[in-house]
Design a protein around this ligand. Structure first.
Ligand code: RIB
Length: 294
């Protein structure tokens, strides 16, 4: 039985409703504040768990991280590899405007205390054939990615947010890239989806690529084969965690042995539900709800 390890961030999201995203030098009164558990790592673990998968989450919280741990546990995520360190957990300040667009300011906190030694301790519990899911909101990502691949794990990498840490990774070790259009452009220097997939195939011929394009749908590409799924229509309230939801459900679809088209469709349906609700992890639907809508 393949084990799934998600080594990723845990954040408290402070979500402010705004008329428009505040600009430099401007002061704007917000229209409301809600606080949710989030972080790309936590959201993806919850998405995978609500999709019906067994997931181990690894990462670090600060002394204030009780709610983040409880949130994972409430969805049945195995938290034995989540440690607590002195200081604050990660948090974000998220502005969501009237068009449901968000702007996110990230404070890494405990997420940035992940060390190569801690990562090695966790990875020692996993072996060839297992899956590691990674985003780019924790420290030591290049190390984790390399050691996981050396141990024969399948590396699913969502290089978000893209920065020098993600660029320092040996991306030739990645099995599956999970990209949105911005990350796709940052990795390839081109904005056109077909060209992004072409360049990714040239640079990383070993990898599958999932490219999500928001309302313009999503692509899967591997070894010359391509699949496309249009986005589902949704009344968007808050797009936060839509990509994370997509990832968890796409993983479930592929592990079920569905075709890439079917896995994309499952993921697109789950994301459409997520964007119709406020917040990050609370917006992620359960499998029964997603299946009903298919
Ligand atoms: O992908 C959404 C997540 O990104 C939010 O929950 C926030 O914590 C940021 O990390």
């Amino acid at each position: 039985m393949k084990k799934i390890l998600n080594f990723g961030s845990l954040n408290m999201d402070f979500v402010y409703a705004v008329a428009h995203t505040v600009r430099g030098g401007e002061t704007e009164a917000s229209l409301g504040l809600q606080v949710f558990p989030g972080g790309k790592g936590l959201n993806q673990s919850i998405a995978a768990a609500r999709a019906g998968l067994s997931v181990f989450h690894a990462g670090l919280v600060g002394e204030d991280g009780g709610l983040l741990l409880d949130t994972l546990k409430a969805d049945g995520v195995d938290t034995r590899f989540v440690g607590t360190v002195p200081g604050r957990s990660g948090h974000t300040i998220i502005q969501v405007d009237e068009n449901a667009q968000n702007a996110i300011l990230l404070f890494g906190g405990a997420n940035r205390a992940v060390t190569p030694a801690y990562a090695d301790e966790v990875l020692a519990h996993f072996s060839a054939g297992d899956i590691v899911l990674l985003q780019n909101e924790i420290s030591a990502v290049p190390h984790i990615l390399r050691r996981a691949a050396e141990a024969g794990l399948s590396v699913w990498f969502n290089p978000s947010p893209m920065d020098d840490g993600a660029r320092a990774c040996d991306l030739s070790l990645v099995s599956v890239f999970l990209l949105n259009e911005i990350e796709g452009e940052q990795l390839t220097g081109t904005a056109e989806p077909g060209a992004i997939l072409d360049r990714m195939a040239e640079k990383y011929p070993q990898a599958a690529v999932v490219l999500t394009l928001g309302a313009a749908g999503a692509w899967y590409a591997k070894a010359g084969a391509r699949a496309f799924c249009p986005a589902e229509k949704a009344e968007a309230v808050d797009t936060t965690a839509a990509g994370d939801t997509f990832t968890g459900y796409f993983l479930r679809g592929m592990l079920d042995g569905r075709t890439p088209e079917e896995a994309l469709r499952l993921a697109a349906r789950a994301s459409a539900i997520a964007v119709s609700r406020p917040g990050a992890s609370p917006s992620i639907p359960r499998f029964s709800e997603v299946e009903r809508g298919l």
